[in-house]
Design a protein around this ligand. Structure first.
Ligand code: SF4
Ligand code: SF4
Length: 290
């Protein structure tokens, strides 16, 4: 089987324990307006433009004019010669395909780099959009004795199948209110909450993360709302909870993908983070910073 990957490399912290090889898988079923990897959202990959190198010679079908790519023309372009048969630097596809075997070989060869309890992390995009290939890769990595972590938005109904294949289970919980979840992200939170319960009750090493986003989930009322749904984590030794502050690191990539970044300039203050953490700690949840 094959996996579409839009980024890979090593990272220490935030993506699981120790030094890890991180595979970012293409495709996501949410459309968070703050996403720092917008090139990873479109299932088939996003065409990314580098304006420094963009010129009419980048597209043999005439889709580049006046220094702009007319993306509507690309929708019907099957063979995409700009990406697959030309040498040019103005347009690229965000992802490439790799066989599971290639990734296993790369991971095995990387074993000396997995210090401090490291290993391989599958993240996104959303990993479960390529569910069968992800499952096969996790199985093969386990056979090779490699520590595995996943980062997921928690929306796949079959996530229970992954429980025995994953050593560190990292999952975002973006909102307790289904209506707001639907409105901002385009999908309900019901399956996310089910998968959170499943992981908390059955997995030995769970890291839940709340990305705190201005105007979306950062009020005191929101902190209380989260505390309600997170109360199942109280006193659970297998569960850690982390609050992550909104940032704009991916903003430039939205334009490269032909998308509009709609978030207004704003920040999450230390006071807000402390408010959330304080409420969670009060009810006995293990709050961490990774
Ligand atoms: S996808 Fe097709 S139409 Fe679009 S830039 Fe590439 S070659 Fe041109
Ligand atoms: S779930 Fe993650 S990858 Fe998907 S759109 Fe939201 S921030 Fe981006």
């Amino acid at each position: 089987m094959k996996l579409k990957i839009f980024q890979k490399g090593f990272n220490y912290s935030q993506d699981g324990r120790g030094n890890r090889l991180i595979y970012h898988l293409q495709g996501c079923n949410m459309h968070c307006p703050w996403c720092s990897n917008p090139e990873g959202i479109k299932t088939g990959g996003a065409l990314m433009v580098d304006k420094t190198w963009l010129n009419e010679g980048c597209c043999p079908k005439g889709a580049v004019a006046g220094g702009e790519l007319e993306r509507s023309r690309c929708e019907a372009c099957q063979d995409m010669p700009c990406v697959f048969s030309m040498r040019q630097k103005g347009i690229r596809l965000s992802c490439k395909e790799y066989s599971v075997e290639t990734l296993v070989r790369e991971s095995v060869n990387s074993k000396p780099m997995f210090f401090d309890g490291g290993g391989v992390t599958l993240t996104g995009g959303e990993i479960t959009l390529q569910f069968q290939a992800v499952k096969e890769l996790l199985e093969r990595l386990h056979e090779e004795g490699i520590h595995t972590a996943i980062e997921s938005n928690g929306t796949h109904p079959g996530m229970g199948e992954l429980l025995p294949l994953v050593d560190e289970w990292i999952m975002d919980v973006k909102h307790y209110d289904n209506r707001k979840h639907m409105q901002w992200l385009g999908v309900p939170n019901t399956q996310v909450l089910e998968n959170m319960k499943l992981a908390v009750g059955n997995h030995p090493d769970v890291l839940l993360r709340i990305p705190l986003i201005p105007g979306f989930n950062d009020s005191e009322e929101d902190a209380e709302g989260f505390a309600d749904i997170m109360s199942i984590c109280a006193g659970q030794q297998n569960v850690r909870l982390e609050c992550l502050a909104y940032h704009e690191f991916g903003k430039g990539k939205w334009e490269q993908c032909g998308l509009t970044y709609t978030m207004k300039p704003a920040r999450i203050s230390q006071d807000t983070i402390q408010l959330f953490e304080g409420i969670f700690r009060e009810i006995g949840i293990n709050v961490v910073h990774t």
